[in-house]
Design a protein around this ligand. Structure first.
Ligand code: ACM
Length: 693
């Protein structure tokens, strides 16, 4: 499930960090996603332990729970002993909520999610048409609360807000690694915090079918390693999500990615097998036989069962990466294709695309019987597939453009693969409608429903999933929610930093697991020098699979699993290096760089004993030595920047070569620390003039 390929203002919100009121040293809010409009007022609403809420008009059964969660959140964020106190009336509440229509217990695509939030020093008022809009506004309010000179407060402001796209998803793959129910819960909490509204639950793939089936129990019994979601787990997750205004779209990936299904029911396969659950990563040949009537009986009964468990009106049928080898070597299938005139001389000589299209047409009709509209990966975009089928583009924006040109609603996931471990800014730069109009004449941006961030779990488990998804998924959430003009990456990163810390209080462990994982790697002790090294490293996402042999049972407990996808420290140092070059007298930027370079320079000698004695750290000695060299070179570069002395030409050339070699090293980890040094050296080289080789 991986494509290896290229990735592709509002006003820079200066007011976001502007003073709230003259004479008060309080700052504006770090709201993410950026609202449609945000106008700061005068003063601020103090938040203390007497914080209360009340609501009127929303006959929405979710509201009571939502307010309890908000009170708990504010208590967590502030440490104040706030009880879930309900004010006697909306007039007396610190935060009052009014809405006019109840949201639905089962959220649906296209609900009104708009809201208006007004905060004054006397109180906060949230108004929304629907209960779902109120839920979104409550999340914004939770982001406003910060510490000020005298108390916690929410700044006075007016927010008007509504989403740009109706479908704002996160796909979690719980097949390749089992993800425990509490981890799904906390990811749903985090999704709600950034206004994502679809959990696309990918629970069936070559490595496991992980939802209990009453009708076909061998699916979870033989098609998994014993880790599966019971029907009660599913009901619980669906209702947990609905409480937060999040839809759950299930995916049963067929006819390919079907090893687990066929391990349970081999008679449905296109070959005689034997079939077994896949014990590694990659793309596998086991494929359902689209010519076998029993396949449709099976899918009919399975979809009927799952349609009841998952109330959303959309159902994902996968359809990606169908391998043709089993179809090609099966004589009965070849005869079926011939007799149905499926081979076309040019585009589809073997007739496999037509056969897949035939399969899709049939299962789309089965789903329709159960009130479901099909969603599929882009490969299901074939002749005669009905217009309402939603096409999810994953290999490039051109497939989304082509889908909309052919009148299908579309979703973009290309550019949003979180398992690639890209910087948040890389995801942020991808716009769901960006490539559509440009790529294909007749592409229809209006048919783009939105997009989904995707987390394939070859290299993530219950312990590490959070840190691979967050906070980057929040940057994508802003892309899906906020106006297309909201593109300023510095503003995004500033707000993302605050949000990332706030997400800890909704119980995510994306930051919290880091320290304990490092301590465990260091043999159960605190090892500050290991942390220094880990802070300077980043894991590589795309290459990992090809650098070592992995099975689902391989522990994910090394530095590559603990290290965070985007080093906050390094990003800060890149900023400091840029600032220093623009303003050589900036003493804060200089001091930060000097302190860190010095720490890096001396780190290897502190770490040597730990590295030599620990199998979990095998191969890291070269990174540690390189980090010290970077520290040493960084100090030397700072000297030339500060004194304006010309740096020796040969030294600059060698440094750049060393940095290139470091970046090209084939490894699961990369030394992010090279980036701020490269900024300094590149500028020194420019300054030295064009004659340097
Ligand atoms: C996919 O990555 N094969 C959807």
């Amino acid at each position: 499930m991986r494509s290896v390929g290229a990735f592709a203002c509002l006003v820079v919100l200066t007011f976001v960090f502007a003073p709230v009121a003259k004479g008060e040293n309080v700052t504006g809010p770090a709201v993410l996603p950026m609202p449609t409009s945000l106008v700061l007022g005068e003063g601020a609403l103090p938040i203390d332990s007497h914080f209360t809420t009340n609501y009127a008009g929303c006959g929405d059964p979710r509201m009571q729970g939502a307010l309890q969660r908000l009170a708990q959140r504010v208590a967590n964020e502030t440490g104040l002993p706030i009880r879930a106190a309900k004010a006697a009336s909306v007039q007396n509440a610190t935060l009052s909520i009014e809405c006019s229509i109840a949201g639905k217990l089962v959220p649906s695509l296209g609900e009104d999610e708009s809201y208006r939030l007004e905060v004054t020093p006397r109180g906060a008022k949230l108004t929304a048409r629907s209960g779902t809009g109120a839920l979104r506004g409550l999340e914004t309010f939770a982001q406003l609360v910060v510490a000020g000179p005298e108390s916690f407060y929410a700044p006075s402001l007016q927010i008007e807000d509504r989403p740009r796209f109706a479908w704002r998803g996160l796909m979690l793959d719980t097949s390749r690694h089992w993800i425990a129910v509490p981890v799904l819960e906390r990811n749903l909490d985090a999704m709600a915090a950034v206004k994502l509204n679809v959990l696309h639950w990918h629970f069936s793939d070559d490595q496991g079918f992980r939802v209990q089936s009453k009708r076909y129990p061998k699916l979870h019994e033989l098609g998994s390693d014993g880790s599966f979601y019971t029907r009660d787990d599913v009901r619980h997750i669906v209702s947990y999500a609905a409480e937060r205004g999040i839809r759950v779209v299930p995916e049963i990936d067929v006819p390919g990615h079907a090893s687990a299904i066929l391990a349970a029911y081999p008679q449905l396969g296109a070959s005689s097998g034997p079939y077994h659950v896949a014990n590694g990563w990659g793309i596998f040949s086991p494929t359902l036989d689209p010519t076998n009537p029993k396949v449709y009986e099976f899918l009919d009964a399975l979809f009927a069962e799952m349609a009841q468990l998952f109330p959303d009106s959309y159902f994902h049928v996968g359809g990606d990466e169908v391998q043709s080898s089993e179809w090609d070597s099966n004589h009965a299938i070849a005869e079926f294709k011939r007799s149905h005139g499926m081979q076309s001389a040019t585009a589809d000589p073997a007739g496999n695309i037509a056969l897949h299209a035939y399969f899709n047409r049939r299962i789309v009709n089965v789903l329709r019987k159960y009130g479901k509209t099909a969603v599929g990966w882009e490969e299901i975009l074939q002749p005669d597939i009905s217009d309402d089928v939603v096409v999810q583009s994953w290999s490039g924006p051109q497939t989304l453009a082509e889908a909309t040109r052919r009148h299908h609603p579309g979703l973009l996931s290309f550019g949003y693969y979180l398992d690639y471990l890209q910087p948040a800014a890389t995801y942020y730069a991808v716009d769901p409608q960006g490539g559509v109009a440009a790529q294909v004449n007749g592409g229809q941006p209006k048919l783009v429903l939105g997009g989904e961030a995707c987390m394939w779990s070859e290299f993530a488990n219950s312990e590490t999933l959070d840190s691979r998804v967050w906070p980057a998924a929040a940057a994508i959430a802003e892309r899906f929610w906020s106006a297309s003009s909201v593109t300023d990456r510095e503003s995004m990163y500033q707000r993302l930093g605050s949000l990332s810390r706030k997400l800890e209080w909704v119980s995510l462990r994306h930051r919290a697991n880091y320290g304990p994982m490092l301590d465990r790697i260091a043999g159960g002790q605190a090892e500050p020098a290991l942390r220094v090294l880990a802070d300077a490293l980043e894991p590589r996402g795309v290459e990992r699979e090809f650098l070592r042999t992995y099975t689902p049972a391989t522990p994910l407990n090394r530095l590559v699993d603990a290290a965070r996808p985007e080093s906050e420290l390094v990003r800060r140092l890149e900023g400091a290096a840029t600032t220093l070059l623009a303003t050589p007298g900036d003493s804060a930027a200089y001091a930060e760089l000097e302190l860190t370079f010095r720490q890096w320079e001396g780190n290897d000698s502190r770490l040597t004993a730990v590295l030599s004695n620990n199998f979990l750290l095998e191969g890291l000695d070269k990174f540690s030595a390189d980090l010290s060299r970077i520290g040493n070179s960084g100090l030397r570069a700072l000297h030339y920047v500060k004194t304006n002395e010309p740096a020796p030409e040969g030294w600059l050339t060698d440094e750049l070569k060393n940095l290139d070699a470091l970046d090209a090293r084939k490894s699961e980890l990369t030394l992010a620390a090279s980036r701020p040094l490269r900024i300094l050296i590149s500028r020194l080289k420019e300054r030295a003039g064009p004659n340097i080789e």
